[in-house]
Design a protein around this ligand. Structure first.
Ligand code: SAM
Length: 317
């Protein structure tokens, strides 16, 4: 293998966490039907470590800015928690979770497999007026697969050449999506989904001592382009987080504004390195009450390594 290819491959399969440890992203099983902009697949090993460090162990994990919900789904499917609650404001994203968790999830999985993703069929599907919640969910899945970076917000463009010059269908993995959806359906009694405001959810549920919160809001920069709801009141979120009785882990872009807020509210913050869409290493920030667990980070076991049709790097911010 030529040297350049080898080093590029190495970059694609690892993310480096500051404090000296390497997370093998290929070892993270991707459990979400979404390829999500700003998705936190790369952080799953660290979240696992955080949850396992908590005494007493939380019964529930809440994800108030769910998006692709990779973190809460991983915690549930790996049986680290017994219950998850996902909250998302975006109607399109919410339709997908509603259908899978409360509606016709199997129909959605089968329709994905039955869909013939020619350029014409894709364009026609995206043009269809939304008739009902089910159709909104199906169209959202198509849009998420065929638009650049998985961005479903207005203004995102279609994949042009895609991978291996396969164009729009280059990220259409119907059987993989079906498997992921069916795995979620099997656990749906342990999943609650709410279409609503993440900060309000935290305020109303902060008193629940047996619940841990993974909080991944739209960041302070670049989020407007990625999401239909790309702006929140960060101070209000920190205020709500202060009331959380159990523990929380929050992620942000490593800006001075957020570091200052963390300090003001008495939280700890640590930079964690991640890869962006261009395979550049950048720092994100994790914020929490006590991040001592992060310092005892160890590498994930290799046994979980699995072929991942969705490279997490593609959907990272
Ligand atoms: C950084 S993304 C979450 C990504 C997610 N952690 C993942 O791994 O897929 C932030 C999400 O928050 C949603 N959002 C924005 N404002 C919100 C609000 N006020 N309440 C709930 N969700 C909101 C956005 O639509 C977006 O899906």
């Amino acid at each position: 293998m030529p040297k350049t290819t080898k080093s590029r491959n190495l970059m694609a399969s690892t993310a480096i966490v500051q404090l000296g440890e390497v997370v093998n992203v290929a070892a993270v099983v991707h459990r979400s039907p979404f390829r999500y902009p700003g998705g936190k697949t790369w952080l799953v090993p660290r979240v696992r470590q955080w949850l396992k460090s908590l005494k007493p162990a939380p019964r529930e994990l809440a994800e108030p800015f769910a998006g692709g919900a990779i973190v809460s789904l991983s915690a549930l499917l790996e049986e680290i928690v017994q219950q998850i609650t996902m909250v998302e404001k975006d109607e399109d994203v919410a339709a997908v979770w509603d259908v899978i968790i409360y509606g016709e999830g199997s129909r959605l999985a089968n329709d994905i497999v039955a869909f013939n993703p020619t350029d014409e069929n894709i364009k026609n599907q995206l043009k269809l007026p939304i008739a009902d919640r089910y159709q909104r969910a199906f169209t959202t899945i198509v849009r998420n697969r065929v638009q650049r970076g998985g961005i479903i917000a207005a203004g995102a463009s279609l994949l042009n050449k895609g991978e291996n010059k396969k164009g729009m269908r280059s990220r259409w993995y119907p059987e993989t999506l079906k498997k992921r959806i069916n795995a979620i359906i099997e656990k749906r009694r342990q999943i609650a989904f709410i279409q609503g405001d993440g900060i309000d959810f935290i305020r109303y549920n902060a008193h629940r001592a047996d619940t841990a919160f993974f909080i991944d809001p739209p960041y302070t920069q670049a989020a407007r382009r990625l999401y239909t709801f790309g702006e929140i009141d960060h101070r209000k979120l920190f205020k709500a987080a202060m009331k959380i009785k159990g523990d929380f882990l929050m992620t942000y872009d490593a800006t001075e504004e957020i570091q200052k807020l963390a300090k003001e509210f008495g939280f700890q913050s640590e930079p964690v390195a991640m890869k962006n869409t261009h395979h550049e290493i950048m720092n994100d920030l994790v914020v929490g009450k006590n991040l001592a667990w992060l310092k005892s980070a160890t590498e994930e076991p290799q046994s979980e390594r699995a072929a991942q049709p969705d490279s997490p790097a593609v959907t990272s911010p």
